[in-house]
Design a protein around this ligand. Structure first.
Ligand SMILES: Nc1ncnc2c1ncn2[C@@H]1O[C@H](COP(=O)(O)OP(=O)(O)OP(=O)(O)O)[C@@H](O)[C@H]1O
Length: 358
């Protein structure tokens, strides 16, 4: 189901945004692309903070903007929350007052219950009486997110909300974002450069370049498109869903099942049946023409070669069909040449490492 249909044409002095986009109703849609690609401008257009010469924006069954009919809802008339790179809290107000500041225009009876849920989900109840100067960067950003959610928006827009935080605080906030989206059933449009945030958060991915949408689609489909810069970078990765099958306590190995076979990963114990999102870097997948021998520690999985692309760095990225999933593998061009691969050929992929993202 489509949540948001957005067509914008915005001419600035030295830049033109020209976007036609549809985003799905559920999950987190991530907008990514190089610096200056127009990601923030697109988000600002959706919010009604820019006035494009041509603009059409429909959220579910609400028409927010249609330049052909001279219709334009101002930002405060659109039921959305906006979180910026910096928390931008009022320094003289407490956390509670900062959050209440955004809530003045909401007088729904269920608003208090909603707010309680938001405070619990973001784990900030114990901070309510502090001033922003006494909060860590991560806590400030959680308060800024609570303030945006306090108005009970139908859509949350986030523009690089973790960019000003150090690594530790980024890690602290990421799990909250996924939980918020799920518990509040709130669609999120999220701008980021970060490959980690893309793989951890995105259900749907939009890739922008020079003011235009270069590609958009389900995360896995966009990540594994060999014609896009994502698959050709050194950090190319694929994402798969897997289920916890068993735990080998002796070797501290988690056994995970996905449609392509079984993976073993060193990890602490997780409950059987848990569904996990795994990120597999293309360079952590090695290929062999021989089927695995019995009793290998991490048996290779049968995979079909779908396509490959050579890049200028001396590497080749291949896309492989493994069960119902597509995986990327990155080899040196020499190794790929020596394997003598052919399209459609069956090879054996060893997944040497995978990160559990959620
Ligand atoms: N108000 C403005 N007036 C003129 N040009 C602008 C304005 N705002 C943005 N631009 C230009 O539009 C282009 C896109 O800007 P935008 O902030 O959307 O990029 P971005 O993809 O979000 O980049 P970054 O990742 O660095 O934040 C840039 O070249 C920028 O200089």
């Amino acid at each position: 189901m489509v949540m948001l249909t957005a067509h914008f044409q915005l001419k600035l002095e030295a830049f033109e945004l020209q976007v036609q986009l549809q985003l799905p109703a559920t999950g987190i849609s991530v907008i990514t692309g190089a610096s200056g690609a127009g990601k923030s401008l697109l988000l600002r257009c959706i919010a009604g903070l820019e006035s494009p010469q041509i603009g059409y924006c429909q959220f579910k069954d609400e028409l927010w903007q249609d330049s052909s009919r001279r219709l334009f809802l101002a930002v405060y008339q659109r039921p959305l929350g906006y979180v910026f790179q910096e928390a931008c809290l009022f320094p003289h107000l407490t956390v509670q007052q900062n959050i209440a500041y955004g809530r003045k225009r909401v007088a729904l009876p269920q608003a208090q219950a909603h707010l309680e849920l938001v405070l619990a989900l973001l784990n900030i109840k114990h901070l309510l009486h502090r001033k922003p100067a006494k909060l860590s960067g991560g806590e400030k950003q959680r308060v800024a997110i609570a303030r945006a959610l306090a108005v009970n928006p139908k859509l949350l827009l986030m523009d690089e909300p973790l960019a000003s935080l150090d690594q530790a605080h980024k890690h602290e906030i990421l799990p909250y974002l996924r939980r918020l989206q799920q518990e509040l059933a709130l669609p999120i449009v999220y701008v980021t450069h970060s490959p980690r945030e893309i793989t951890q958060l995105a259900d749907y991915l939009v890739l922008m370049e020079a003011g235009k949408v270069l590609a958009s689609g389900a995360l896995q489909a966009v990540l594994t498109r060999l014609d896009l810069p994502l698959a050709q970078s050194q950090r190319a990765s694929s994402v798969i869903q897997a289920e916890v099958l068993a735990y080998d306590a002796e070797f501290e190995l988690l056994q995970l099942k996905f449609s392509g076979g079984i993976l073993s990963l060193p990890h602490t114990e997780l409950a059987k049946g848990n569904l996990l999102r795994l990120r597999i870097y293309a360079r952590d997948v090695s290929l062999s023409l021989q089927p695995p021998r019995l009793l290998e520690a991490s048996p290779s999985l049968p995979a079909q070669v779908l396509a490959w692309v050579d890049h200028s760095s001396g590497y080749t990225t291949l896309s492989l069909q493994v069960g119902h999933e597509q995986l990327l593998a990155q080899l040196t061009r020499k190794a790929a040449t020596l394997l003598g691969l052919k399209l459609g050929q069956t090879v054996y992929a060893e997944i040497k490492n995978a990160a559990i993202l959620s």
